[in-house]
Every structure is written in C-alpha cells, then in structure tokens.
Design a protein around this ligand. Structure first.
Ligand SMILES: Cc1cc2nc3c(=O)[nH]c(=O)nc-3n(C[C@H](O)[C@H](O)[C@H](O)COP(=O)(O)OP(=O)(O)OC[C@H]3O[C@@H](n4cnc5c(N)ncnc54)[C@H](O)[C@@H]3O)c2cc1C
Length: 429
C-alpha cells in the first residue's frame, strides 16, 4: 500500500488528513501518517484566547491519536529533523519529555508522497533580546506558558506584591497583536469581577507597529480606523511607525532612541517558516518557505508537496500566497485532491490553486469585531459588530464541524455554547 506522510497537523494539515483519511485511509487505498510536535491540535488563530484563558483547551483540543483512529490516519508525535530523499524517508528527532529524558529515539518513516505543513514561527528579524525576553505565540505550549505568566503578574498586583501599572508591550499590530491587546483588557476586566483587587486602569498596554497603521493586512482604511479607535478607547497606547531595535528584560528600545518600559513583552511582529525546512535540500526562499508551484508541489521534488505558512506559492503577477488560515486550508485541500490524482496515476495532471481572498476579520474580544467579507469581489463587504462577530465565529465553527463531522461537531458547538453560559469567562488553571 502507498504511504503518505503529512508533517504538521495545523489549520491546513488537519483539514488535509481528515479529507484523505476518509477517502484513502479508511478505504485502505493508502496508509496515511500524520506527524506533529504536539500531541493535540488547537486551531492557531485562537492561540491568543488560549493564552488569556478565554478558550478552554479541554473541549477545543483535538487529540491526534484518537482523531486519527476515527478518521483513517496514523499518528506519530515528533519534530521533523530531516528527509532522506534517496530512500524516501522522513526523519523525526528523538522525543524528550519535559524533564529532558528521552522517550523515543530518532525515527524514520517511509513515504511515497510527503506533505510539509509545519506552519510558521515568529520572526525576530535578528533583533537583539527577542529570544531571551519576549513571549511568542507559535505553539499551544507557548500560549500556556504565556497564560501562566500573565496570571501571575495580575496575581502579584492583586496581592500588593507589585506596585504601579502592569506594563505590557506588544510588538506587531497585525491580527495577533491587536487581538491579544483586546484579550488582555478583557482578562483584566474579568479578573476584577472574580475579586482580584486591581484598579480599572492597572493595565498599561503599548502596541508597537513599524508600519503606518494597525492591521496593515486589512484592505480598507475605514476598518483599520475602527480597530484603531477601539484600541484607543480601551486605553491602548498605539505607536505606529515605531521600530523596535532591541529588547531587554525591562523594556524595549526604539529607533527614535526611546525606551518603553515593560513587565511583559509579546512579540507578534511577523513570521517565517521553521529553520529545519532550509536544511532539507529542497528549494526554499529567504523566509525558509518551501518553494512550490501553484499545485502545492515542491519545485525540487515530484514526491513532496507543501502548503500554508511554510510554503512559498506563486500566484498571478508574481504575487505569493499570504500566510493566513484560509490559504492554508484551501491549498491543503487542493493538495489532498492532487495526492488522490497521483495515487491513481503518477503522471496525472495536478489541480492548480487560485487564491480567492474571502475576507479578513479581527476580533477585539467582547469589545468589537470588524472585517471585510469576499474581499476578491468589488472590494468586499465591510462588517462590524454582531454580524462581523457571527462571521468570525463561523470560521471556527466550520473548522470544528469539518474535524468532527456534522453530528459530533454540532454537539461540540452546543457544548461550547452551554459552556459560555456555565463556565467562567476565563480559565484560571
Ligand atoms: C494569535 C493568532 C491569531 C491569528 N489570527 C488569524 C486570523 O484572524 N486570520 C488568519 O487568516 N490567520 C490568522 N492567524 C494565522 C493562522 O493561524 C495561520 O496562517 C495558519 O494557522 C497556518 O496554517 P498552517 O497549517 O500552515 O500551520 P499551523 O496552523 O501553524 O500548523 C502547523 C503545525 O505544524 C506543527 N509543527 C511545527 N513545527 C513542526 C516540526 N518541526 N515537526 C512537526 N510538526 C511541526 C505545529 O505543532 C502545528 O500543529 C493567526 C495566528 C495567530 C498565532
């Protein structure tokens, strides 16, 4: 039986294994193995909610091993460390536990077709101090570490063991930075409601952006203005056209020779693909992304596909796909079709992917949601407030329904709905 290995069970990878798992794996037409560093999947666009406790990982995490058993694929936990292309084997680094003890030795998995979808990591652009002093939101593990740090800071203030303002600096005013800013305000408000003795204006949040506007990816300046106004209303100090030059334990230095003090620094200033991709012998760009054609096939290897944040995929006019949830999902599904074609006929023509921007939404916790729907069509439809929140929430609902099927997915949505009534707004442990 032919073997397909998919590395990366993220926003795109999970849609892919779900699709080929049911069409190939369950029909015994191919053996599919998913590899991921983590043992469970949480939809990455919600990592900021995990980091503040708004999202309950209990009902929202998907256990790869169990999901695979029900959906026609096998699972191996591990980090991609190399590929032996001559022998068509994926190499996984030894797996260690939290104490640094080895659990599994290096492993090699055979493949006939390999798919790389390992997403992106924060790009520090070589700026001094980012790695040492800033938190990033790339993996669920990091979101949980950040959650603990934020909770401890609030706890110290509530118990009088820290004085003055709680100074937070977030670098990067894209979706992650903006949503995290609003989430932190929501968290402060909720904690006051739970009896934390903290002032209304305890949080002193600075959002730093190198470009001239917040949410530079949003096409409409009116939407950017809405986001900006809401952040200002929340008391966020929005600093656009501000370049961070270095970071230290107590704050950040900017190009204008200013020092912004911070007790907590979150780095959300841009992404690049993981370093390991540039060591595989495949053509990659200077952001470590695997260069593919518009079918998702690597330009260096007829047996290797890639999609999502870790792929450099050309579109018309020399434009490349943006690193976004919708592009990861859409191309992953096209790669699924292409795998099925190639499995039937190794010379089959592959399906081409044409990007259609369905829109962008940014959720400012419970304060507002804004976005642009069907951006590819006459500039799209601008939404704010309840309709925007409905569309934003629908994207995750669709993901859950796809992952679990209509029956179990609907039950989970119902449970999530009931949880929003029954459980506290924040998960504190
Ligand atoms: C807080 C936040 C908010 C966001 N909001 C939005 C939004 O509103 N709209 C939008 O379009 N996009 C948003 N994004 C971006 C979006 O999440 C990504 O574009 C999308 O998840 C990319 O999907 P992917 O499948 O390529 O990678 P991912 O979803 O990142 O999945 C990659 C997977 O690979 C695994 N992995 C990583 N390295 C290895 C390795 N070496 N070996 C094995 N496995 C590995 C990871 O554990 C992960 O499961 C947001 C991102 C963040 C962090």
């Amino acid at each position: 039986m032919k073997k397909i290995v998919v590395v990366g069970g993220g926003a795109g990878g999970m849609e892919l294994v779900k699709k080929i798992g049911s069409k190939l794996g369950k029909q015994h037409k191919a053996e599919i193995t998913l590899v991921d560093i983590c043992n469970h999947h949480i939809w990455k666009p919600l990592l900021h909610e995990l980091a503040t406790g708004s999202l309950d990982e209990g009902t929202n995490a998907i256990d790869y091993q169990v999901h695979g058993a029900h959906n026609g694929y096998l699972y191996q936990q591990g980090a991609l460390s190399g590929i032996d292309r001559d022998n068509r084997q994926v190499i996984l680094a030894p797996l260690h536990n939290n104490n640094g003890e080895m659990v599994l030795d290096e492993r090699r998995l055979d493949y006939d077709y390999l798919v790389l979808g390992i997403g992106a990591v924060s790009n520090d652009f070589g700026i001094r101090g980012v790695k040492e002093h800033a938190y990033t939101l790339d993996l669920t593990e990091q979101a949980m570490t950040l959650r603990e740090r934020i909770q401890h800071l609030f706890m110290q203030h509530a118990n009088g063991q820290r004085q003055g303002k709680l100074k937070v600096a977030i670098v990067g005013a894209g979706a992650t930075g903006v949503e995290m800013s609003a989430e932190l305000h929501h968290m402060a408000h909720a904690l006051r409601g739970y009896g934390y003795h903290i002032d209304d204006d305890l949080l002193q949040l600075t959002l730093i952006e190198a470009s001239e506007s917040v949410m530079p990816a949003l096409p409409k300046s009116k939407l950017r203005q809405l986001v900006n106004d809401k952040l200002l209303e929340l008391g966020v100090d929005v600093r656009t056209e501000t370049m961070v030059t270095s970071i230290e334990a107590t704050g950040l230095h900017t190009k204008c020779a200013e020092f912004i003090e911070a007790d907590l620094i979150i780095w959300a200033a841009g992404v690049k693909a993981p370093e390991v991709l540039s060591t595989l012998g495949l053509e990659t760009n200077n952001s470590n992304q695997v260069v593919t054609d518009d079918t998702g096939l690597s330009v260096s290897d007829e047996r290797i596909f890639s999609f999502g944040d870790c792929a450099c995929v050309p579109q018309e006019n020399g434009v490349f796909l943006p690193p976004r949830g919708q592009t990861a999902r859409q191309l992953a599904l096209v790669v699924g079709d292409n795998l099925m074609r190639r499995l039937n006929n190794p010379d089959a023509e592959l399906k081409h992917y044409v990007y259609k921007d369905l829109g962008s939404f940014v959720n400012l916790a419970r304060f507002n949601t804004v976005g642009n729907l069907f951006s590819h069509w006459r500039g799209g439809l601008q939404l704010a407030g309840a309709p925007a929140r409905f569309v934003y929430a629908s994207l995750y609902r669709r993901h859950l329904l796809t992952m679990h099927g209509p029956f179990k997915g609907s039950l989970l949505l119902l449970i999530n709905g009931l949880h929003s009534l029954l459980r506290p707004q924040l998960k504190l442990w």
